[in-house]
Design a protein around this ligand. Structure first.
Ligand code: SF4
Length: 78
């Protein structure tokens, strides 16, 4: 089914925007972890999560620091 195709091909964190709240690491520990600078970073295992799980964590970010990109390289609206 077309709807089941993954849309997210890249996940990035704007580390300047990240306020180190840890919400994303709680909601999606397979996708995000806090580095030794205190900012969230994207783990390779984010690909094990569904688009919905990633989007849920990105939407929960209070500073909109989680950026999701589609196959055309465009930042996805959340
Ligand atoms: S939810 Fe946003 S601000 Fe909080 S740690 Fe994750 S990326 Fe940083």
């Amino acid at each position: 089914m077309e709807e089941n195709k993954r849309k997210i091909v890249r996940v990035e964190i704007d580390s300047k925007a990240c306020i180190s709240c840890g919400t994303c690491t709680v909601l999606a520990p397979k996708a995000f972890e806090i580095d030794d600078q205190g900012h969230s970073i994207v783990k390779d295992s984010w690909k094990e999560l569904s688009d919905e799980e990633i989007i849920k964590a990105a939407k929960a970010c209070p500073s909109e620091a989680i950026m999701l990109f589609d196959g055309e390289g465009k930042r996805m609206e959340l």
